[in-house]
Design a protein around this ligand. Structure first.
Ligand code: COA
Ligand code: AMP
Length: 631
């Protein structure tokens, strides 16, 4: 068996040989001219000249190899009391028919299709159908509001939208159609067709010929074959928070994605074809794209699609019930889910009720994994708990303990070492490597490996400016941390205005833009404070315009509602306080980091460049009134 060190070394010394070998596991209609095309640096292209189809590699290839009867996808929905299994042949047929329906609406190669759906199999069917046609999907998470959807319509300019009448959150049915109609109203670029799946929990009203019923569409549709596309053609756009209200459209290509994701299943997650693999995330996030839909299907695993929450659907034993019932071998989720379970079932009594004998490994990602959560999970589950670090931009891990190559010792608080293909470095502000153990910017030497993002949708300049210009020759992850003497990475914090709430990536800048729209607000600041369950929570500080007479509480409740309406409930913005003024540097930069430290009772230095230090005392007093800074 090879060691991690050997595999890693080879991947860095001979990336083209390494990935060409991994690419043998993918079905190609046409081989590549070059494994890595660097001719348009810094825009690198993997497998240039090759042709494939992503859906073919996810479904047809397995059916044609005789595995049509194997379970491809298990839909487990405690919120609707449903469990449904699709074999590879059934899923292929459903996808082919839906692709035929979309083609009948004029969707073809290169066309964008927005998918706004809850965690139901039709979301995966829609994604795979778009891929089958050579189109480009853009999935939008159900917790986002109409205005966020509208921004994505304008950027992606989709020909069609696929949606469902509702999502189901514990205690409430979220109707999607009114949000969708409002988004189309707000958008400048209006999709020509809306395909709507009616769910029994809420009937969507169909407005015009624009709106097409899913069932009616597939009833008349003929199955559509896979359309070959270039390896370098886009498969999807996934919008993620940037530092402003304008999200970044992360592009994923077809070829590098298929090669890298297929490779990760054995090498990182240690699963074999036929194993049951469950990523408890949402198709609206990158984890859902990579590890609910694509990678497990490329590797002929059975993927579990879970419509529920770790607690409350119906209790903190749901995860263990699913692992037992479907014989799950590997679970991947966010530390928040475990914190939620631990809070409800601290002694793991519910865990003891289930047979977890098929369960081998737990993977965590999406946010920093605190050692307490890691230890609790290890003790309760008695399997290795593997923290791994990645981003929407990278599409798969940057650092992980590659369980299919060599299980390295676990260091709590660290997602272990860089995965093969990733030349990770820790640099100081001047771009020089820091000494082992010192904090710096975590960056990846270009080119990024296959499966990462070759560009931002319609925004190559922003791609270069945001990611490649701070440290020439490197991709900036915007995470700060350190690499220790053993090469283990510790990811400590973001270097931008992104916060991480329950494993969801949110922009405080986008929230500030919403707050600033309130007629009584002169100035504002939003930053993340520590939260035991969700990791971080946003709070807002508001400075009111002179002469405002309305009560502070009314204005606070207005802005809370505005963020929910404009960004969505997922922002989890529930707390704000009115302050007299905001602390700033002499050049006018708001000291958000210092205020966050005050709120979290951390020690802080009064910045030398501060305009007026007295303001910090005022801020501390205001934060106390909302339950923070309570040393
Ligand atoms: N559609 C509509 N609303 C949604 C939604 C969706 N798909 N997902 C979340 N929301 C809403 C929630 O209902 C909640 O609304 P509320 O303010 O009315 O209560 C709000 O958005 C915030 O959601 P969330 O931050 O998820 O909090 P929660 O209290 O509902 O659940 C956890 C907390 C920990 C159980 C939940 O966050 C969780 O399961 N996290 C796992 C992490 C995860 O999957 N991360 C993905 C990346 S790996
Ligand atoms: P997203 O793009 O939504 O996947 O969020 C990516 C960000 O989440 C990263 O830049 C990190 O800040 C954080 N993150 C994800 N996984 C980890 C991890 N294992 N440890 C620390 N931070 C993480």
């Amino acid at each position: 068996m090879s060691s991690y060190a050997d595999v890693y070394k080879r991947s860095i010394q001979d990336p083209e040989g390494f990935w060409a070998e991994a690419a043998q596991a993918v079905h190609w209609y046409k081989p590549w001219d070059s494994v890595l095309d660097s001719s348009t640096e810094p825009f690198y292209r993997w497998f240039a000249g090759a042709e494939l189809n992503t859906c073919y590699n996810a479904l047809d290839v397995h059916v044609e190899a005789g595995f049509g009867e194997q379970a491809a996808l298990i839909y487990d929905s405690p919120v609707t009391d449903t469990i449904r299994t699709y074999s590879y042949a059934e899923l292929r047929d459903e996808v082919a028919r839906f692709a035929g329906g979309l083609a009948g609406l004029g969707v073809g190669k290169g066309d964008r299709v927005v998918i706004y759906m809850p965690m139901i199999p039709e979301a995966a069917i829609a994604m795979l159908a778009v891929a089958r046609l050579g189109g480009v999907h853009s999935v939008v998470f159900g917790g986002f509001a109409a205005a966020e959807l509208a921004v994505r319509f304008d950027d992606a300019q989709p020909k069609a939208v696929v949606s469902a009448s509702c999502g189901i959150e514990p205690g409430r049915v979220v109707e999607y159609k009114p949000l969708l109609d409002e988004a189309i109203e707000l958008a400048t670029s209006k999709p020509q067709h809306v395909v709507m799946l009616q769910r029994p929990q809420a009937e969507a009203s169909m407005l015009s010929e624009r709106d097409v019923d899913w069932q009616a569409l597939v009833a008349d549709a003929k199955p559509h074959d896979c359309v070959p596309v270039a390896a370098t053609d886009p498969l999807y756009i996934l919008y993620t928070s940037g530092t402003t209200g304008q999200p970044k459209g992360v592009v994923r290509d077809n070829g590098g994605h298929a090669v890298a994701l297929k490779w990760t299943m054995k090498n990182i997650y240690g699963v074999e074809p036929g194993d049951v693999y469950w990523a408890a995330s949402d198709v609206g996030w990158v984890v859902g794209h990579s590890y609910i839909v694509y990678a497990p299907l490329f590797h002929r695993n059975t993927t579990v699609m879970f419509e529920g929450k770790p607690v409350g659907t119906p209790d903190a034993g749901t995860f263990w019930r699913i692992i037992e019932q479907h014989k799950v071998k590997v679970l991947f989720t966010a530390p928040t889910a475990f914190r939620a379970i631990k809070k409800e079932d601290p002694d793991g009594e519910l865990i003891g009720k289930y047979d977890l004998s098929h369960f081998r490994l737990l993977f965590l990602a999406g946010e920093r994994c605190d050692p307490d959560t890691l230890h609790w999970a290890e003790q309760q589950l008695k399997v290795p708990v593997i923290d791994h670090w990645w981003q929407t931009e990278t599409g798969w891990s940057i650092c992980a303990n590659c369980m299919g190559i060599e299980a390295l010792p676990v260091k709590p608080g660290s997602p272990a070492r860089p995965v093969p293909g990733v030349d990770l470095q820790c640099l100081d502000e001047s771009g020089k490597p820091v000494t082992a153990g010192d904090i710096g910017a975590l960056v990846i030497k270009l080119p990024l490996p296959p499966g990462t993002f070759p560009n931002l949708w319609n925004a190559p300049e922003r791609y270069v400016e945001k990611y490649l210009s701070e440290f020439p020759g490197f991709y900036s992850t915007a995470d700060a941390g350190y690499i220790d003497d053993d090469g283990y990475t510790f990811v400590m914090s973001r270097t931008d205005d992104i916060i991480n709430v329950a494993g969801h990536r949110l922009s405080t800048g986008a929230m500030e833009e919403v707050l600033a729209e309130h007629g009584d607000v002169a100035e504002c600041a939003v930053f993340g404070v520590a939260d035991q369950l969700k990791g971080q929570l946003p709070i807002g500080l508001l400075v009111l315009k002179a002469g405002v007479t309305r009560a502070d509480e009314e204005i606070v409740s207005d802005v809370v509602k505005m963020v929910r309406d404009k960004i969505g409930p997922v922002a989890a913005f529930k707390t704000a306080v009115v302050v007299k003024r905001l602390p700033k540097t002499r050049s006018g930069k708001i000291l958000r980091g210092t205020m966050q430290k005050i709120a979290d009772n951390q020690t802080y230095k009064i910045p030398a460049t501060i305009d007026d230090p007295v303001i910090l005392t005022e801020i501390e007093a205001s934060l106390r009134t909302i339950g923070y800074a309570s040393a």
